[in-house]
Write a protein that binds this ligand. Structure first.
Ligand SMILES: [Zn+2]
Length: 444
């Protein structure tokens, strides 16, 4: 008899959805964890024989799955949730969001907004999020404090923003930010030029140089609307993707959000450059931006993940279960074929394929030995969870973010029994209501 190895945690569940290369789903499974990493995932009996754990979490009627990965959002905009809905993107941005931000976005706003965003994301099973906003150093502090994983990019934009008068100042801010968080177990600092239509060529090139110097990802919005594409074609006679590629902006780790209006030549460029794509179905539907050719992207095996985008009008929440559901259904509608974007493919996009989009597939996105211990439990004892024939179908079409019961990030339990352990829910919600009054006044 071998002596049992010691572990910090053993989690057990009715199903362990590993998302490993063979896509093993283990019935009566378990996961052993030590420090920040997974020791093993396997049958419960086997894991219990091999490991002696200091702490246990037994969920005999739950799915254990990798933490969900959001590849595009703006967390602090949670404080602007619902400020202006049912408008065109440009009108929404220019008449509501940009003025509200100019008058209200401070480090304190970003701290509370990010806390609110992290709280909602953790409670609905997201363990990693990708963010583009202002005062991103404060967002990083709030994310660390929540115990959440973040790929966080300071927004660089061609007009005065709440924390930088010029793009040059935003680039300098970003350089300091990259240095400060360069070796962090939770934060991946990034460079985030807003889009091709809001930045000069010079700024876009400088952003790429800065990102590559720090081996950081570059985050950007790309081909979100038809208008963006039409204007780019009129001005440059090429698509936004081709224009960015010609500028060298795609030469390095990149995550491009939306990619709704990309053509076959654009997809070939994105594949050749290894660009990660953040598909945001709620946002694209709500703003009537169009439908990204995700079925084609998956046929090309592109690294395409999911994101809720902003909570302030382009979606209004951070629920990745909803994004999985809508991503699957939207491809069925647009292609006229219900076989496209299966439930399993949607779960893949929210986990391991999303990890690939971020260039983090060696660290997160599946429950495998050696990976970071980022995992969730989802309860199966509610009316919408019974009976269960297929775990992927259940996760995408029946289960909700509110069915998430426990969340661990980097080996630390951050949600237990659907309660956040790292964030003060009552305090954050009170602060959000306070901000609502202030923001409302500022727009009068
Ligand atoms: Zn966005």
């Amino acid at each position: 008899m071998l002596e049992a190895e010691s572990a910090d945690w053993i989690w057990t569940g009715r199903y362990v959805v590993t998302m490993d290369p063979q896509r093993h789903v283990i019935e009566n499974g378990a996961i052993a964890i030590a420090g920040q990493r997974i020791l093993a995932a396997g049958a419960k009996a086997e894991i219990e024989r091999r490991y002696q754990a200091r702490q246990r979490l037994d969920r005999p009627d739950a799915i254990l799955a990798p933490g969900l990965i959001s590849t595009h959002t703006h967390a602090a905009m949670s404080l602007l949730r619902g400020i202006a809905d049912d408008l065109r993107l440009q009108e929404w941005l220019e008449h509501y969001i940009f003025p509200a931000e100019a008058r209200n976005v401070t480090p304190d706003f970003v701290r509370w907004g990010t806390r609110l965003g992290c709280l909602e994301m953790l409670l609905s099973g997201t363990t990693t999020f990708t963010d583009m906003y202002y005062f991103e150093d404060v967002a990083a502090e709030a994310t660390r404090e929540a115990g959440m994983r973040g790929v966080l990019g300071e927004t660089i934009i061609g007009f005065p923003s709440p924390d930088a008068k010029t793009p040059a100042a935003a680039l300098a801010f970003t350089a300091r930010f990259l240095n400060r968080f360069h070796d962090d177990s939770l934060i991946v600092p990034a460079v985030a030029p807003h889009a091709i239509y809001t930045n000069s060529d010079e700024t876009l090139r400088a952003a790429r140089v800065l990102a590559n110097r720090h081996q950081a990802p570059l985050l950007i919005h790309l081909s979100e609307t038809k208008r963006e594409n039409d204007e780019c074609l009129a001005k440059r006679h090429v698509t936004p993707t081709k224009a960015l590629d010609d500028l060298g902006v795609l030469n390095g780790r990149t995550v491009a959000a939306h990619c709704v209006w990309v053509d076959e030549a654009d997809l070939a460029i994105l594949k050749a450059r290894g660009v990660g794509i953040a598909h945001c179905p709620s946002s694209n539907m709500k703003l009537a931006s169009g439908v990204a050719p995700v079925t084609r992207m998956l046929a090309l095996d592109l690294p395409v993940g999911l994101g809720p985008d902003g909570p302030a009008g382009s979606n209004n929440d951070f629920n990745m279960f909803e994004e999985m559901d809508l991503a699957a259904k939207l491809q069925k509608v647009i292609t006229g074929d219900p076989r496209n974007l299966s439930a399993a493919a949607a779960v893949e996009m929210a986990t391991i394929r999303g990890a690939r989009a971020l260039g983090m597939e060696k660290e997160i996105g599946s429950l495998e030995a050696g990976k970071r211990a980022d995992l969730i439990s989802i309860r199966l004892d509610r009316p919408n969870a019974v009976p269960l024939y297929n775990v992927y179908s259940q996760m995408v079409y029946a289960l909700k973010g509110s069915d998430v019961e426990d969340v661990m990030v980097n080996g630390r339990l951050v949600v237990k029994d659907a309660r956040a352990l790292t964030l003060n829910e009552a305090e954050i919600e009170a602060k959000a209501r306070e901000y609502r009054a202030q923001i409302q006044k500022s727009l009068q």
